[in-house]
Design a protein. Structure first.
Length: 325
């Protein structure tokens, strides 16, 4: 009996040790008050966050705040700065040249967005269909947007030459008289828009083409059974389903057309006269030709809020254009 009881006592002791081990582990994880300890990773996170905050502050926040500061100064290169408050803004909104530049910017943007979106959507519908050499032709069609803007501007400048340009030569072959292109105030903006259309219609085509590739086939099959023709398919099925992608193209083109500078500056420098002087060209001239840093900074602030307002408007339109799959 004594041996049997000793064996039972040993088993009970082992079970007690096994039971105590998890409790001891839990106790080691507990804090002074008995609550479980939690690893504090906040200090480790700061080691990764601080460099990013410093870079963003140095690249974005500080230049923006300094621009706001300069916009309240009468500051010219080579001279001292004097605080004048909001005088630069008051002068800016009374400047007829600035008002005309705003009008040209919006006119250029309207043409530079509408025409590429319409042509790009049409090109996407064409390239969405199966036909021989589609891949090769699609590649050739997208090549203009791969070129650098300055190189594109230089090539088109030679093509626009009144006597030596190839465009007037081609027009003469079909009996059309030479055109002034960028050398006439009445045609300079449409001519510059033509370059935008040539270079950025492929971008719209690629965006819309991606949307067309994701459309379901069932609505088309049902509509064809009901007797719908090609126009009905496009108007009531394709366009509503692909419209969110078109809105993305409109947003991208609007932002890009508003801030275009390189093509206009290389080809016309804002001329003839001020006929192609958009807000970016006007800003550049005020800052680096007339050396009015304070006045140019006020223009930057106004231009920034114009872009923000248009972006919010387009984002609102984008949200309203969403469809539920």
């Amino acid at each position: 009996m004594s041996a049997e009881s000793s064996r039972l006592d040993l088993v009970d002791a082992k079970q007690g040790v096994a039971t105590l081990r998890p409790a001891a582990a839990s106790a080691s994880m507990a804090g002074p008050t008995g609550t479980p300890k939690r690893h504090d990773f906040s200090r480790k996170y700061w080691a990764f966050a601080v460099p990013a905050v410093v870079v963003i502050s140095a690249v974005i926040v500080f230049p923006w705040l300094f621009t706001l500061y300069m916009s309240t100064q009468d500051w010219k290169i080579g001279g001292g700065a004097a605080f004048i408050g909001l005088a630069n803004y008051a002068i800016l909104f009374l400047d007829q040249r600035f008002i005309e530049a705003v009008g040209r910017t919006f006119w250029f943007t309207l043409l530079g967005v509408t025409i590429p979106v319409v042509l790009g959507t049409a090109a996407a519908i064409v390239f969405h269909r199966e036909f021989p050499f589609r891949g090769v032709l699609r590649t050739i069609f997208t090549m203009p947007m791969m070129a650098t803007p300055v190189a594109v501007a230089l090539v088109w400048t030679m093509m626009f030459h009144p006597q030596l340009g190839v465009l007037n030569y081609l027009l003469s072959l079909v009996g059309i008289p030479p055109q002034p292109w960028v050398y006439d105030p009445s045609t300079v903006i449409p001519t510059l828009v033509m370059i935008e259309v040539w270079q950025w219609t492929p971008l719209v085509m690629l965006i819309v083409l991606g949307g067309l590739a994701s459309l379901p086939k069932e609505p088309y099959e049902s509509a064809i059974i009901d007797g719908a023709n090609a126009w009905h398919l496009f108007r009531h099925i394709t366009l509503p389903l692909v419209w969110p992608y078109v809105m993305i193209a409109i947003m991208l083109r609007t932002i890009d057309a508003l801030k275009v500078f390189d093509n206009i500056f290389v080809i016309t420098q804002g001329g003839p006269g001020t006929a192609s002087e958009t807000m970016n060209i006007f800003l550049y001239l005020q800052a680096f030709q007339f050396y009015k840093l304070g006045y140019a900074s006020a223009l930057v602030v106004v231009f920034f809020f114009i872009i923000v307002a248009l972006s919010l408007l387009l984002l609102h339109a984008r949200q309203r254009s969403k469809w539920n799959a």
